[in-house]
Design a binder for this molecule. Structure first.
Ligand code: DGL
Length: 283
């Protein structure tokens, strides 16, 4: 058995890398749905359907646990799939399978509070507001998942989302770093104008953006802390596996990279992030 990692494209590699760092012996299957990327501007039903198809491919290839290394799929599809599809699918397969997302661990990291925690609303005056900027796809921003879930836990944290409609597509298309920096700078400015100042901290709420995290660091005020979603996710998966021995992550160190799109070498942005050329096989 193996751990499946799913994204619309190459963004989930950021999560894959953090998972491999924490679970080097485990077997990993990575699936990029590049035939249908980007997901961020698609409607909810289409994202649910594509995410379900991706999970089925990974389970068919031997995954026991699938990590949705995609904020858009985690925000829009995960709950629906867990509630309405997984229970019967699991029965039909006759083995333990599950799908986990990356937003819960990110919110835990951003708030310092476990998912179960609900803040007591005492109406206390908040002395100093911690302003958190979330850069994401339009789909994730529309879901308001970060605003809603963080507000439940921390009244002293204000969340402002900045949808970045073209950015994941530009990263998939190997855009030039200066064009990406110009786009990211424009988004940082737009967000800061809406807030009235720069954010105190930021979440790169689309896994593709991790591949160009340095460009976000350049565009944000020096030293702005970035909540590191891949590491938060990897820590959560390690804890989950320790509590759920029914999901077998394998132990032969397998690494397979599959795409629904054009197989072959991935682009220069991926190569720079990965530190070596990376090639995907046909799914
Ligand atoms: N990397 C994905 C995310 O975290 C999806 C980006 C896209 O396909 O638009 O949201």
């Amino acid at each position: 058995m193996a751990i499946g990692v799913f994204d619309s494209g190459v963004g989930g590699l950021s999560v894959h890398r953090a998972l491999v760092d924490r679970l080097p012996q485990a077997d990993f299957l990575y699936l990029a749905d590049q035939a249908n990327a980007p997901y961020g501007g698609k409607g909810g039903e289409e994202i649910v359907d594509l995410t379900r198809e991706g999970c089925i491919r990974l389970f068919d290839q031997g995954a026991s646990l699938v990590i949705l290394a995609c904020n858009t799929a985690s925000a829009i599809a995960l709950r629906r799939l867990q509630q309405t599809w997984l229970p019967t699918y699991r029965q039909s397969l006759g083995r333990a399978v599950n799908v986990l997302g990356i937003i819960v661990p990110t919110i835990e990291a951003a708030t310092g509070l476990p998912w179960e925690h609900e803040a007591e609303r005492r109406g206390d005056k908040v002395e100093r507001l911690d302003v958190l900027g979330v850069f994401s796809t339009p789909g994730t921003a529309r879901s308001r998942v970060y605003e809603i879930e963080i507000d439940k836990r921390r009244q002293d944290v204000a969340v402002f989302s900045e949808p970045c409609p073209d950015l994941a597509g530009m990263i998939e298309a190997n855009a030039a770093p200066q064009d990406l920096l110009a786009k990211i700078t424009a988004h940082v400015l737009a967000l800061s104008q809406r807030i009235g100042r720069m954010p105190d901290r930021a979440i790169l709420g689309c896994t593709h953006y991790e591949l160009v995290a340095d460009l976000f660091r350049q565009a944000l005020p020096a030293g702005t802390p970035l909540i590191h979603q891949p590491v938060a996710t990897a820590e959560a998966v390690v804890r989950y596996l320790a509590q759920h021995p029914e999901y077998d992550p394998g132990k032969s160190g397998l690494r397979r990279f599959l795409t629904t799109g054009e197989p072959g070498a991935q682009n220069d942005l991926v190569k720079a992030f990965w530190g070596a050329p990376l090639s995907f096989d046909a799914a």
